[in-house]
Write a protein that binds this ligand. Structure first.
Ligand SMILES: *Cc1c(COP(=O)(O)O)cnc(C)c1O
Length: 351
């Protein structure tokens, strides 16, 4: 038995996948109960009267090229949020298996675990060390019930990259026992290479990527899981058969053409420049008691009075994220880096 079938939910391993209507675009479709006519005004290429291709080949190939991996190592879904949900559903039996997360970190891992009824274990990042990952603490907390370990790098909401050596040490120690999922939603802003290249050598490692942040396509809802082909095959049994809508597929293929990717690179450079400027400017504000360096497109800052800072921002019609609900982040707000004009407006509101 493979390691994946030993750690995944046995009922999902045994599940016969739902067979969606065959995808044979050169034949006339009288097999999917679709209407044979387009709606007036439907300007899509394929026609919205047709179900889209499940796991569309062209999109998988485009994402595989973008992330430097093989297409069969990619699952595409409605944002990486969908992949997080699928992983928890496929690997965790309610009331038995566990998910391990770091704190403070992205809330979706815990939300997905709670919805599934999985146990939730957490390990604090080290606030005294720039929220560094403590590999030994993670491994010490890894009970045999742990099926998934979510590591977010750069981490939301603290903004720091996690040590690659620490991530790989965790993955190596858990080989065959758990899946270590590295969420790289913000990696493009970090100027550091993705860990996707390590997945082939370490099948217990998986990487989440998204088009929602650096690519500026949050509204298209597209994210990818890069994992061992056996993990991908397992999740394909669980994902909705027509997960990615045709309108999104067509827009994404257009927006992932090489000229669009050049523009993405230029905007990342702009964003990083604004991030440095904001970091310095925030640090100079008298009511900011601490601002953390960031490898992402947001900054975490601590205020003498976070409520007052939120109110000032709102009076200037600007929203920033209240981070006080995260453990260990008192009086803290998470600020997305905007355009130079938006950032200036925010600074002005806080001066
Ligand atoms: C924004 C974000 C995502 C992206 O989610 P999508 O569903 O792909 O839009 C994933 N992980 C983290 C940590 C995020 O902050």
């Amino acid at each position: 038995m493979s390691w994946v079938s030993q750690i995944a939910r046995p009922d999902i391993v045994a599940l016969e996948a739902y067979e969606p209507a065959a995808w044979e675009p050169e034949l006339t479709r009288l097999h999917a109960n679709e209407l044979p006519w387009r709606s007036p005004g439907d300007e899509s290429h394929a026609g919205l009267n047709r179900y889209p291709e499940p796991q569309p080949r062209a999109l998988l190939e485009r994402l595989a090229l973008l992330y430097g991996v093989a297409p069969h190592a990619v699952l595409v879904g409605r944002g990486s949020d969908e992949a997080i949900d699928l992983l928890v559903r496929a690997f965790c039996r309610a009331g038995e298996d566990a998910v391990l997360t770091l704190t403070p970190s992205f809330g979706m891992y815990a939300a997905a675990a709670r919805i599934q009824g999985a146990q939730l274990l957490s390990v604090p990042l080290r606030p005294g060390a720039g929220f560094a990952l403590d590999a030994n603490a993670v491994l010490a907390r890894c009970t045999p019930a742990v099926r998934l370990v979510f590591l977010c790098s750069p981490n939301n909401p603290t903004g720091n990259l996690l040590s690659e050596a620490a991530i790989l040490a965790i993955a190596d120690a858990l080989a065959g026992r758990a899946l270590v999922v590295v969420d790289e939603a913000y990696i493009e802003f970090a100027g550091r290479e993705s860990l996707a290249r390590e997945v082939q050598r370490r099948p217990q490692l998986a990487v989440l990527r998204t088009l929602s942040k650096a690519h500026g396509l949050a509204g298209a809802r597209c994210g990818a899981l890069i994992a061992d082909p056996e993990v991908i095959a397992l999740l394909r049994k669980v994902i909705a058969p027509y997960a990615v809508p045709q309108l999104a597929i067509e827009a994404l293929l257009r927006l992932l053409e090489p000229p669009a990717l050049v523009a993405v690179g230029e905007r990342i450079a702009l964003l990083r420049a604004e991030r440095s400027r904001m970091l310095a400017a925030l640090a100079r504000l008298p009511r900011v008691t601490r601002v953390w360096p960031s490898d992402a497109n947001f900054l975490l800052a601590q205020f003498s009075d976070a409520t007052a800072a939120l109110e000032r921002a709102r009076e200037a019609r600007l929203l920033v994220r209240d981070a006080r609900a995260y453990p260990g982040l008192p009086q803290s707000l998470r600020i997305t880096v905007g355009t130079a004009a938006q950032n200036e407006q925010l600074l002005e509101a806080w001066r």
